[in-house]
Design a protein around this ligand. Structure first.
Ligand SMILES: C[S@@+](CC[C@H](N)C(=O)[O-])C[C@H]1O[C@@H](n2cnc3c(N)ncnc32)[C@H](O)[C@@H]1O
Length: 286
């Protein structure tokens, strides 16, 4: 019979060996997965390190470790991922929210008018992490969230209900195509932006995520081009378009946004120093 320490040590070796992770990262994953299987927190694992696991408990841990060894992302195994300090429910129907996307949220919060409610459109909402976060941070704003995936919208709706953002409007649409005629103070999007032949799509966590959430044409720019091209017709005077993009797409996004007639164009870098978010403002005042 193995105790908690032995179980975590074995799981760490299994994960590190199968996925080629550093020991520290593999141990963290082993602890997170063991916590989930045993329905305890990580502090409990440390406090009870000499406790002997029952066969049922050991089997429960081993089942989750085996899934991770096969490469399944930790967030899909847990069924949740933290974003902007809140836990979002996640299934393989939606992209796993990324820490970089918090920069998109921060860029939006800085630019939303402070003195009045605003209409916000989140294009490609997936789990709803961006739309729900904005709705909770700015409850006075009206947030509409679009996705072409009905299953993703079901998850997003569930997250909105669980987190208390019941006022977000969810719409099935191919970008702007099925939207009712209405204009927004802000259009925000983390669209798919990876080139469709990028070999990374077949590796790591990416191979488990929905392809339509990741890949967008030969240069990864198809969705971004469509969103920029349609923004002018959907923005209020003074409204902002803010996009997340790949580390090497800032210049292309910047040019597209300028060519579309937007001003105050800006690019922001993430904590790793990679350019991640580019946006611009439709001229005029509301
Ligand atoms: C990169 S994911 C972003 C998900 C979420 N906003 C986030 O940041 O984690 C892109 C999303 O765009 C959606 N999408 C792809 N093509 C679309 C289209 N033509 N119209 C609407 N949504 C689309 C995908 O289903 C996916 O949920």
């Amino acid at each position: 019979m193995a105790n908690v320490t032995a179980c975590i040590d074995t799981a760490t070796k299994q994960i590190a060996g199968a996925l080629g992770l550093e020991k520290r990262e593999a141990r963290l994953e082993a602890q997170i997965l063991a916590s989930c299987a045993l329905k305890v927190n990580r502090a409990w694992l440390i406090a009870h390190d000499q406790d002997v696991l029952t066969p049922t408990q050991a089997d429960a841990v081993e089942a989750l470790i085996a899934r991770r060894e096969q490469g399944e992302p930790v967030a899909y195994i847990l069924g949740e991922k933290e974003f902007y300090g809140r836990l979002f429910r996640i299934t393989p129907d939606v992209l796993i929210p990324r820490p970089e996307t918090e920069l998109l949220v921060e860029a939006a919060l800085e630019r939303l008018p402070k003195d009045r409610p605003a209409q916000v459109l989140d294009l490609g909402t997936g789990s709803g992490c961006v739309a729900v976060t904005l709705a909770l941070e700015r409850p006075d704003c009206e947030v509409s969230a679009v996705d072409m995936s009905i299953t993703a919208l079901e998850i997003a709706r569930e997250n909105a209900a669980l987190l208390g953002a019941g006022h977000v409007r969810f719409i099935v649409s191919d970008w702007y195509a099925q939207l009712a005629p209405m204009n927004f103070d802000m259009i925000i999007s983390n669209p798919p932006y990876i080139a469709s032949d990028d070999p990374h799509l077949g590796k790591g966590d990416l191979r488990h995520e929905p392809l339509h959430a990741l890949a967008s044409g030969p240069a990864g720019m198809d969705a971004i081009s469509t969103i920029v091209a349609g923004a002018q017709a959907r923005l209020q005077p003074g409204g902002w378009l803010i996009l997340e993009h790949g580390y090497d797409q800032a210049a292309a996004c910047y040019d597209l946004i300028c060519l579309a007639g937007l001003g105050q164009v800006f690019t922001l870098s993430d904590l790793a120093g990679q350019t991640r978010v580019t946006g611009g403002q439709w001229p005029g005042r509301r």
